[in-house]
Design a protein around this ligand. Structure first.
Ligand SMILES: C[S@@+](CC[C@H](N)C(=O)[O-])C[C@H]1O[C@@H](n2cnc3c(N)ncnc32)[C@H](O)[C@@H]1O
Length: 530
């Protein structure tokens, strides 16, 4: 049997193995959790860590930053119950960066509760008693998590509405062993972008886009009537005409495969607003239910705002592993970039890129493009022509070919590369992968027309969700003396776990041994008195 543990931690379309839990049952005290609609405040946000103090004896667990979730022992989502504001990997990270010359690593503890704006949940059990949640660790038993402390409160509210709908309409949850039943999974994604509300009320009033993963090939199969009834139930009882006004829209995804892949290829918009917008990094971004999206909207916004500080105005930026180009486009607007090229393997993101560009303010001068390309093929051609390269790879880290290209930049003979570069050579192109790439590209020409093909990146921005792969990649980049680490920051993207998001800024070394400065010996001034 295929192992498939559904974990909320990461965002692939397959289920993942949950983290091992490190906790002492004896430490578990049970004060009643505060109501989900009023999450307690996070502690002060940005902590500057002094690595010299990090080994002092650990303070006793404090309830002020404790998870206090009734599902903690059974659900596989969270692995840590105490000190949510300071996962222990932060201390290791501070030490690591200190060893590599960065002494002012900071960690932003972000929002500790109600932070998850994107969740994929399995639906099992029976129509009279549906279970909607994650797998118990090491099993395929789904645990109901109605009071999850990580979920945005409106995800929990939408799950409760779904539970009622399943019972009332006698919708059959999926049976993994038999392959029978109707509803397999549900994805809930919250948008907090409601410009009609004052900023302080937007997060709390987030609306939920619901995707029902239905066990049939398409909307024409006999059981699709039940799907429409369930969508109508949710919309009537939680849509914009209802006073609860909780649901943004309802989509269906059709999946009959017996594998552990959550989504099939067929998506249908059923009811509510089709367009889904969020606001991060100073821009409105467009997402479809099938797009990659960060689960922790607020923490991602903090990371982007920090990142803006390291990109000079008017830069030329390449955004590798760029998804729908959120990072690149956010820089295009806030830093008035001359050019932004986004490189992404998933062609589904192209539409989101185009829609996002359509709402960007004041980017008249900027050339912006999106390319449906594997970043590991011909990576040098994407590095050339930019001052700043941003990489935001999946958890496994950078592809080897990209690391080699980054290591070799100093020795690149500019002319030789630009003449063969797929990004710059438009004449008589015969290479099939380049031709395919052009077909999958979108290009928005601004008025900036300076030739940039001979630029070499001076700054590398590495955004990482995989601490182990980051350490490995970082050591490789530093070992060739091609780059040095300049700054590093951590963000609490997944409170309750040992995963943190890293923003690291590397600067390129020329590869030349610096010439010794000839010190000018000042002649002593002659005293006017002789
Ligand atoms: C962590 S996500 C980051 C997405 C985007 N930067 C964002 O914040 O929305 C990693 C992205 O890399 C893409 N990806 C994975 N392997 C790739 C490759 N070899 N070449 C280009 N993109 C790739 C994935 O499809 C995914 O969209």
């Amino acid at each position: 049997m295929l192992l498939s543990f559904l974990s909320p931690l990461h965002l692939s379309s397959t289920a993942l193995i949950p983290h091992r839990r490190f906790t002492s049952a004896a430490l578990r005290t049970q004060p009643p959790p505060p109501p989900p609609s009023a999450p307690p405040q996070s502690p002060p946000n940005s902590l500057s860590l002094n690595p010299n103090n990090l080994n002092s004896s650990a303070p006793p667990p404090s309830l002020s930053c404790a998870l206090q979730c009734p599902h903690f022992q059974s659900c596989s989502g969270c692995t840590h119950e105490y000190d949510l504001h300071h996962p222990s990997v932060v201390d290791e990270a501070a030490e690591f960066f200190k060893r590599h010359g960065v002494f002012d690593f900071t960690f932003d503890s972000c929002r500790l509760y109600g932070w998850r704006c994107r969740a994929k949940l399995a639906v099992r059990g029976s129509s009279a008693n549906p279970l909607i949640g994650l797998y118990e660790e090491g099993t395929h038993n789904v645990v109901d998590i109605p009071e999850c402390r990580a979920h945005h409160p409106n995800i929990n509210a939408a799950v409760e509405l779904l539970r009622k709908g399943i019972a009332e309409l006698e919708v059959e949850p999926y049976d993994e062993d038999l392959g029978t039943g109707e509803l397999r999974y549900v994805q809930m994604v919250v948008t907090t972008h409601m410009s009609s509300l004052p900023f302080s009320e937007r997060y709390r009033n987030g609306k939920v886009q619901v995707t029902l993963v239905w066990n049939s090939r398409s909307e024409t199969t006999p059981n699709s009537e039940k799907l429409n009834s369930l969508a109508n139930f949710l919309w009537t009882n939680g849509g914009q005409r209802n006073k609860i006004n909780l649901i943004h829209s309802i989509w269906a995804n059709f999946q009959t495969s017996s594998s552990n892949i959550i989504f099939g290829n067929r998506w249908r918009h059923l009811v509510g607003e089709r367009d889904f917008w969020e606001h991060v990094g100073g821009i409105d971004i467009y997402l479809t239910p099938s797009s990659f999206g960060q689960a922790n909207t607020r923490a991602f916004d903090s990371l982007l705002r920090k990142l803006h500080k390291y990109v000079p105005y008017g830069s030329s930026v390449t955004d590798l592993y760029g998804g729908a180009g959120v990072i690149g486009l956010s820089l295009a607007v806030t830093k008035k970039c001359r050019s932004v090229r986004c490189v992404e393997i998933n062609k589904e993101s192209k539409h989101c890129f185009e829609k996002t560009v359509s709402r960007l303010p004041n980017v008249g001068d900027s050339n912006m493009s999106w390319h449906n390309v594997d970043a590991s093929l011909e990576p040098l051609s994407w590095l050339m022509g930019s001052d700043v390269v941003v990489v935001d790879p999946p958890r496994k880290g950078l592809d080897d070919s990209l690391i080699s290209a980054l290591q070799s930049l100093s020795s690149v003979k500019r002319k030789a590369v630009t003449s063969t570069s797929s990004a710059s050579n438009t004449k008589e192109e015969k290479r099939p992968w380049v031709l395919r790439e052009r077909e999958g590209s979108v290009s928005i020409q601004g008025s900036a027309n300076r030739s940039e093909s001979d630029l070499l990146p001076q700054t590398l921005v590495y955004i990482s969700c995989g601490w182990d792969s980051f350490k490995k990649d970082c050591k490789q980049l530093l070992s060739h003396k091609a780059w040095h680490l300049d700054k590093a920051h951590g963000f609490n993207f997944f409170p309750g776990t040992e995963s943190i998001e890293i923003l690291a800024i590397f600067k390129r070394d020329s590869g030349l041994t610096p010439k010794k400065k000839v010190s000018k010996i000042k002649k002593p001034k002659k005293s006017s008195r002789g």
